[in-house]
Design a protein around this ligand. Structure first.
Ligand code: E7E
Length: 232
């Protein structure tokens, strides 16, 4: 998160850190007791290894009362996701067991009504992604508020030039923005997850490249079917 602030500890109890060998790779969030939603692109450099999921954390390194690292039973990238574009950039992770819910570990509801969030709506995004252009990685969760921009503005020739589909949404990226390592985290508007951070053009903090999110509502049926099929 560029030019945001340190989040209030454990006030975003749905936040997950997807890790490999103890290193934060991507964000994610708890959508059910045994399920985390993130971005499919996060698996690009994992060489087929399964993530571990850290829940209940504010600091990535310090001991905290309800912090716990969960093993992942299975990962389900959306079948339409691919390395060449941002389409269907969603990843479902089934935890090895149900997460223990408490004050620091909570499920975040996601939007099921497929209707665009109005432009200028101020939403919030959090993550342990890089906090400056030198690529400094924070120990503590950061957050930033960003206004939604319309798909027409985001698709302007000088911005994302028509690549933003109706399954994506954008927020203004002038100065304050998401960045490397924030992918997979939720864009929260009015207490509901409306989008999932996608790296898009990988650029951070440049107003010409607004941040891109995969809208969740269009994928509610896919999410429900994967959870139902795997839960048995
Ligand atoms: N503001 C939009 C936004 C949201 C989330 C992430 C990103 N930017 C990256 O993720 C990124 C940036 C720079 C080098 C990079 N290399 C790699 C990589 N996977 O090798 C990713 C990146 C941008």
């Amino acid at each position: 998160i560029l030019r945001g602030s340190v989040a209030r500890p454990h006030l975003k109890p749905y936040m997950a850190s997807l890790q490999l060998d103890g290193q934060h790779i991507c964000g994610g969030f708890l959508i059910a007791e045994q399920w985390v939603l993130s971005a499919a692109h996060c698996t690009e450099e994992t060489d087929g290894k399964l993530f571990q999921v850290l829940l209940g954390a504010h600091s990535l390194t310090e001991p905290e009362p309800h912090k716990r690292l969960y093993q992942v039973r299975a990962q389900f990238p959306h079948p339409g996701s691919n390395i060449h574009n941002n389409k269907d950039d969603l990843l479902l992770l089934q935890l090895e067991e149900k997460a223990e819910l408490n004050a620091d570990v909570r499920v975040l509801p996601f939007q099921r009504e497929d209707r665009d969030v109005a432009a200028d709506t101020v939403c919030e995004v959090a993550g342990w992604g890089t906090i400056d252009h030198s690529g400094t990685r924070p120990d503590k969760l950061h957050q930033v508020e960003r206004p939604v921009i319309s798909r027409d503005v985001c698709n302007h020739r000088t911005r994302h030039d028509g690549t933003i589909t109706r399954n994506m949404m954008c927020t203004d990226s002038r100065r304050k923005d998401t960045c490397k390592g924030d992918s997979g985290g939720p864009l929260v508007c009015g207490g509901v997850a409306e989008g999932v951070v996608t790296a898009g053009s990988r650029v951070c903090g440049n107003y010409k490249k607004p941040a891109i999110y995969t809208r969740i509502a269009p994928y509610a049926d896919w999410i429900d079917s994967v959870m139902a099929s795997a839960d048995g």
